[in-house]
Design a protein around this ligand. Sequence first.
Ligand SMILES: [Ca+2]
Length: 282
Amino acid sequence: MQVFFIVLALLFFACKDNKDEIENKKDYNNKKLQNVSSNKELTNNVIPVFSIKVLKTIPHDTLAFTQGLFFHDGYLYESTGQYEHSSLRKINPITGKIEKMVNIGAEYFAEGIALHNGKIFLLTWQNNTCFVFDSKTFRKEKELVYAGEGWGLTNYDQQFLVQSDGTNILKIIDPMDFSIQSSIAVFADIYPVSNLNELENIEGKIWANIWLKDSIAVIDKNSGKVDFFVDVSSLRNYLQPNSNVDVVNGIAYDNKTKKIFLTGKLWPYIFEIELIQKSVYN
Ligand SMILES: [Ca+2]
């Protein structure tokens, strides 16, 4: 009889441990989903989430408050923000060395950058001004005026650019005069995804950092629907927890080698990454 009670007790605790384990996993998944989605309501919906694997780390200036990043012809180009610290840089993607740099006026807060027809278009946050630089010399050629805030910028297609302004609306812009051609409302299922920040066109999909989240939304540029999220929280493992690092921000793509680069504001590294798995949460 005593043996029977011992067996019963062991079974009870075994089941409890298993239940605790399931609860822990559920809790982990919920936390993970909250981390990658911009809206709490998304926990009730099915949106695929990819994780990433770091392939390389490249040194990055820890004073660079990254606002824009793209890759062209063997080099990374970066814009940095904050008043009195805004700049445009050309960076060696192997050593991280800054090969060329121009400071933006102290009264400007630089934001996203994109390349179009040999010119670099650089947004400003609240200055309503887009600077146009020659991509080789970094000589400023002109200034364009636009309404509203400037956040991220990338190529929409061969002709137009696409701009974020912190909402869930992406504006399609004519780089000739910065006029708005049309706009895309970004949704994950039925929920708007706001705080869209730094952008990159990767094989026709618009990748967007979501401000204050370790998450990237990958957006169908025609429908505005989020195809999937990329959970980039694992990059935090490379950062000192007590350092001054700010949010993840900065996506670049080398369309020749298909390499994807990510970084963050004041981060010590630019990461070359690849997507490694696909999960569906519901
Ligand atoms: Ca970019």
